[in-house]
Design a protein around this ligand. Structure first.
Ligand SMILES: [Zn+2]
Length: 251
């Protein structure tokens, strides 16, 4: 089921059989000359929707939390970011809204490495709020929060290494661009050329330093290798892994 195109009665019925929801979480930041600004939000969304299409009875996909922590990309037009403190506050509100209806297991499918520290801090904030609040503490329902980075499944990593032994990179990667080309094939930018072919590597600081050290936005990658056909293979492996994991998580 997809929450944004469900009714409240659908969700009411869902809660009679499950307390679990999957929330894609990403970022709105530049992804180099041929990658979409929404890449990090689109990848977990595309994978989550594919998992849902395989087993609509087993997965409820929430709205995509599509803006994250991307201050270091603000040197590039189109990037939108939240401060870590704002993102934590927003994740607390999303979680407590869902908890009010009885959701107890939130599986956040993440698409952005720069979100990891803040997502984990948000989990700590949510648990701390519960720990400080002793109302009904003895018979209060449990809460389990989980973060999964979509590229981190062993089968996905293996496939990406096989598809891109050279120039996979760490930002605007060949694999994430492929996933979005699979999701939006009509918008793929196969004509774009890049120089150097493989982008430089380095460390990340603030927006000015990032733009200076990584002038076209990529880090270590050659996403001219990206294709919709690769993306389809990656999405199928990742979606099956998500489905297997969320079934265990919900049990
Ligand atoms: Zn990305």
């Amino acid at each position: 089921m997809l929450l944004p195109v469900s009714t409240w009665q659908d969700i009411d019925s869902w809660l009679k059989k499950s307390r679990t929801i999957l929330i894609p979480i990403g970022s709105m930041e530049q992804h180099g000359p041929n990658g979409f600004i929404g890449t990090d939000a689109l990848c977990p969304e595309i994978i989550a929707r594919h998992a849902e299409s395989l087993a609509p009875e087993d997965v409820l996909v929430g709205p995509t939390f599509s803006v994250g922590c991307a201050q270091h990309h603000l040197g590039f037009p189109g990037t939108i970011t939240m401060r870590p403190s704002t993102m934590i506050a927003a994740m607390v509100d999303w979680t407590e809204s869902l908890m009010r209806h009885g959701f107890q297991r939130l599986y956040w499918l993440n698409g952005h490495g720069g979100n990891i520290a803040t997502i984990e801090a948000a989990f700590s904030e949510i648990h701390a709020r519960r720990s400080f609040d002793l109302r009904g503490a003895d018979n209060r329902p449990g809460l389990t929060l989980k973060r999964r980075d979509w590229w981190d499944f062993s089968g996905v990593m293996r496939l990406c290494n096989e598809l891109y032994p050279v120039g996979h990179g760490s930002h605007a990667t060949a694999s994430e661009v492929s996933v979005t080309y699979y999701g939006y094939p009509d918008r793929a930018r196969y004509e774009v050329e890049m120089s150097p072919k493989i982008a430089p590597n380095g460390t990340i600081g603030d927006a000015v330093q990032y733009r200076r050290d990584f002038p076209d936005g990529r880090i270590g990658s050659d996403p001219t290798q990206s294709t919709a056909e690769h993306g389809e293979r990656i999405v199928k492996v990742a979606a099956q892994a998500v489905l297997d994991e969320i079934r265990r998580f919900a049990a």
